[in-house]
Design a protein. Structure first.
Length: 557
């Protein structure tokens, strides 16, 4: 099939054309191998404490046994609503070991958003951090759900008695991050582990096509839907990512354990696969950062650490590179900076390269694809402005409205085929059919163009496109241009109704230099953008609305 994959010629030496998605029968098999091979190595560094693969193995066994004691049927859904704390990987490994399905939940959800996800997934059990338990209480009081069991964790659970008590005291009473809640039937996380230690763990037969994770899409395209990711889907993407990253990882000295910064939330599919599951496969250490928005805390933690990979989004790279404490961190060991989740902007990539010496390697993916689809070669020395090449065992086309591939160099909707593509949307066969072509490709809703070498350039979301007097205007292009203006820290372009042109461009700006004016911005846009692309309305704000991953929410604007 090489004739359909021009990108293979551009692969770095040693990166295979294909991976074997059937290498493991399940994620459980992958994890058990990791627990045996890497038992003594550190799996997670969390709040100054290291947790070995052996400890995660033991704790997750106990948690799995506890879950089985609740008599949940195989395939029952268990929701997990936690930030980047060590309880998250313990809970996830336990859920999968018990033959259950993980439902990843954003801890910042409102009661209404949580209710939708619990009702849609049919989750019967939830594991939640106490900081968000008041949301669950409000949800259960006002909505019908199938939740029969609640397990509540606290930040200091696994840190030992003294340090745990100290951390919990600060979180609850000093920083007041735990609003009052009343869930009288809830079991504390530590209690669940203690009970599970004395319980048997039954071996559950798991097949590659069995459902492993319900990953809810962000809802930026309407109602939030559950992407059904099988064990095989996630295994495939772990092996694809491992093969792709290998040329960069070979630069790590053999006496150093590969270490990744885990700033992206683990409940998001990007970090779930690239940090947690890939870390399992490669025996890597993950530095867990519970709140990546607390930049001083992030930089303070990283100043104590040596690390090699840093998956992040454009906004986090940008914020860190501009922070006055950036220099306190030793960036010299960084081998791979992976940008995803949203478009990486050229000037952010240039600044990051200047400050760390490590170029941002931009990739592209979706919740529906476990998530990685394309990535720039990790041997790249500079920012390319593309989303890179399709990963091993992945086919990408740009197609027209009929699902037919457009000529090379023409803009079309990006369509994907590969072992990482979801089984479908949970209980939504009609929605699944709408995003699947006759040739079995997944339609992404993203517009792109592929060059002769197979590099894909993302043009924009189909639904974010602004139609000005019949001309297509892509917000990414406007933002890319306007971000080169001195004095702008962040910006977002959105469409607004306009009597003359149907729609016009509005630019929402977070200034770095507060002396900047609307006239300055209009003058810059006149010099750099053709008439119909220029922002007609300028609005200044102190910050832009973002998803927890850091993707700017244009629809809110």
């Amino acid at each position: 099939m090489n004739e359909h994959r021009p990108w293979l010629a551009a692969y770095p030496p040693g990166v295979p054309a294909d991976i074997n998605a059937d290498q493991y029968a399940s994620l459980l098999e992958l994890m058990q191998e990791a627990f045996q091979l890497h038992a003594a190595k550190t799996a997670y560094s969390y709040m100054g404490k290291d947790f070995s693969f052996h400890e995660i193995d033991a704790h997750s066994r106990h948690f799995a046994a506890y879950l089985q004691s609740l008599h949940l049927p195989q395939g029952a859904r268990v929701a997990v609503m936690m930030p980047n704390v060590v309880q998250y990987p313990i809970a996830v490994a336990g859920i999968l070991r018990a033959g259950l399905v993980l439902v990843n939940v954003n801890p910042l959800y409102t009661a209404r958003e949580l209710a939708h996800q619990l009702q849609d997934s049919g989750a019967c059990t939830i594991v939640i951090m106490e900081n968000f338990a008041h949301t669950l209480q409000a949800c259960l009081a006002s909505h019908e759900t199938a939740i029969a069991h609640t397990i509540v964790a606290s930040m200091g659970d696994r840190l030992g008695w003294l340090r745990g008590a100290l951390v919990n005291g600060v979180v609850r009473h000093v920083r007041q991050l735990v609003p009052a809640f009343h869930l009288p039937q809830a079991t504390p996380f530590n209690t669940a582990l203690e009970q599970g230690e004395d319980l048997p763990l039954a071996t559950v037969p798991i097949h590659p096509e069995d459902l492993a994770v319900l990953q809810y899409t962000g809802g930026t395209t309407g109602v939030s839907k559950g992407a059904m990711l099988s064990h095989r889907n996630i295994i495939a993407n772990v092996l694809q990512s491992e093969a792709w990253n290998a040329p960069a990882m070979q630069g790590i000295p053999p006496d150093e354990q590969p270490t990744s910064v885990c700033a992206l939330p683990l409940y998001h599919i990007f970090a779930f696969t690239i940090n947690m599951m890939l870390g399992m496969r490669t025996g890597s250490r993950n530095i867990l950062l519970p709140n990546p928005r607390d930049l001083p805390a992030v930089l303070k933690e990283l100043s104590r650490q040596r690390f090699h990979t840093f998956p992040a989004v454009n906004t986090l790279f940008n914020s860190l590179a501009h922070h006055p404490d950036f220099h306190t961190v030793d960036w010299s060991h960084l081998r791979l900076s992976v940008g995803g989740g949203a478009a990486v902007q050229r000037q952010v990539a240039q600044l990051w390269l200047e400050r760390t010496g490590c170029p941002i390697c931009e990739g592209y993916g979706l919740s529906e694809t476990s998530p990685s689809v394309t990535c720039n070669p990790v041997t790249s020395k500079e920012f390319t402005g593309t989303i890179g090449l399709p990963l091993p065992s992945t086919w990408v086309q740009c197609v027209d409205s009929e699902g037919v591939a457009v000529p090379q160099g023409d803009v079309g909707e990006i369509a994907i085929r590969g072992p990482q593509v979801m089984l479908g949307y949970w209980q939504r066969p009609h929605d699944t059919a709408q995003v699947t072509t006759a040739q079995g490709y997944l339609l992404t809703g993203d517009m792109g163009v592929m060059d002769v070498h197979g590099y894909v350039r993302l043009v924009d979301r189909k639904k974010d496109m602004i139609l000005v007097s019949g001309f297509n205007v892509f917000p990414n292009e406007i933002e890319e241009v306007m971000m080169t203006m001195d004095g702008i820290l962040e910006c977002a372009a959105v469409g607004i109704a306009d009597e003359q042109s149907g729609e016009a461009v509005k630019l929402v700006v977070v200034p770095r230099d507060h002396a900047i004016t609307e006239d300055d911005i209009h003058a810059f846009s006149r010099a750099n953008l053709t008439g119909y692309k220029r922002p007609k309305v300028i609005e200044f704000r102190s910050e832009l609305p973002k998803t927890p991953v850091g993707k700017i929410l244009r629809r809110r604007l």
